[in-house]
Design a protein around this ligand. Structure first.
Ligand SMILES: Cc1ncc(COP(=O)(O)O)c(C=O)c1O
Length: 386
């Protein structure tokens, strides 16, 4: 009989980092912001822009209000709009496609690889060919999504995109801290976007995001679009459309502090993932991470044909879990008019994936219990004792 741990098991843990860093340091940082009074895009946001660009190895970073803002700002900076086709993973959080739809472009949904769950480059090529053949839309941008923190096959995707005259906007909203062949998230696409929603690997205490780029021109456009399309010369002349996309300065002060322990937290996530990888029964199919890549382990997600039964069983055992995502974007109500392509792998994944507790702070007792319960389920299914 497996012993339930004394400490309850969280699916995500947004609070423990506060104890690790020390709450007083947050209070001191907040007091500093309170006193200088630059609450929107104050000095801490500029410091964070620099720190994140350095961390990601990009020339520029524009912090903003959310990951959705970051994606939308990048598309706005490139002047994407009506008549443009944006090729996007369908097995993702809605924002990856929403950013294109919001500015009047047409999302074209791309299927996933069944093992990495990320955009399938072969299906991307097919979709670009279909759109070109039909001749109604202009193919402009590809948005691959590093699902659950794991980088996409960027060599293949960038080649297909660039050979066809398209740009790549990497949706690294779940993968900040990951790496792809020596490059860090933020630097994967022609531009990249990330999110600091509290449950993300680098989570703030509220909404936040950042867009990354490497050219001065793109950076100037991101800065302008972030503030309603403001002209850099005349702040009361808005020369393009934009958003209220600024980052709150308190949020920047949180993220600057959280960056100081981020690498330790990524290592701790790696250790949790390694235990799952090594000790979970082979009954559960595990997400494949590409060679020479590190996942930021936003979520640890397995794939199993009895997903709904497993969810009910884990609930009974007091182990939180989540089906991310139970519906790919192409079948969601608001996206019905863009549901023009078959994405069978995404639809299958949405019925079989299950995300397990993943935080840097799961202890041995909690992990023993989760793994023990999972393996007990697998053994019962396979008709043998655990
Ligand atoms: C893949 C992906 N893209 C975009 C977003 C949007 O980020 P935000 O919630 O910060 O707007 C998220 C957030 O959950 C996400 O997971």
């Amino acid at each position: 009989m497996l012993q339930k741990p004394e400490k309850s098991i969280p699916l995500f843990d947004c609070k423990t980092t506060q104890e690790v860093i020390g709450q007083q340091r947050f209070l001191d940082a907040f007091t500093k912001v309170l006193n200088h009074g630059g609450y929107c895009q104050g000095p801490e946001t500029k410091e964070l822009d620099k720190a994140l660009a350095e961390y990601s190895g990009t020339k520029y970073c524009a912090t903003c209000g959310s990951g959705t803002d970051a994606l939308t700002l990048a598309l706005m900076a490139w002047g994407i709009g009506a008549g443009d086709a944006v090729f996007v993973s369908s097995f993702t959080f809605v924002s990856s496609a929403e950013c294109a739809a919001l500015i009047g472009a047409t999302p074209i949904f791309i299927d996933s690889d069944p093992e990495t769950y990320n955009m399938d480059p072969a299906d991307l090529q097919r979709a670009i060919d279909e759109v070109k053949k039909e001749g109604k839309l202009t193919p402009k941008v590809v948005i691959p999504v590093d699902i659950f923190g794991s980088p996409c096959d960027y060599d293949a995707i960038l080649k297909i995109a660039h050979d066809n005259g398209l740009k790549v906007l990497a949706d690294s909203c779940q993968s900040y801290g990951s790496s792809y062949k020596g490059r860090k998230a933020g630097s994967y696409g022609d531009m990249s976007a990330t999110s600091f929603y509290p449950t993300k690997p680098l989570g703030g205490y509220g909404d936040g995001g950042a867009a990354f780029c490497n050219t001065e021109e793109e950076n100037a456009l991101l800065q302008s679009c972030r503030v309603h399309g403001m002209s850099h010369e005349d702040h009361y002349d808005n020369v393009r459309l934009g958003l209220t996309g600024r980052m709150n300065t308190f949020q920047a002060s949180v993220l600057l502090l959280k960056l100081t322990v981020f690498d330790n937290e990524l290592e701790a996530r790696d250790k949790v993932a390694a235990r799952y990888d090594n000790e979970l029964s082979s009954y559960f199919r595990k997400q494949r991470i590409l060679p020479d890549c590190r996942s930021a382990r936003a979520l640890y997600t397995i794939n199993c044909d009895d997903r709904d039964e497993l969810m009910a069983y884990l609930k009974e055992k007091g182990i939180p879990c989540g089906a991310y995502y139970p519906k790919p974007v192409n079948v969601q109500t608001a996206y019905a008019k863009w549901n023009t392509r078959k994405v069978p792998v995404c639809e299958k994944l949405s019925k079989t994936v299950l995300s397990l507790p993943m935080t840097p702070y799961l202890d041995k007792e909690q992990m023993d219990y989760i793994i023990g319960c999972m393996n007990e389920f697998a053994a019962a299914k396979q008709g043998k004792a655990a």
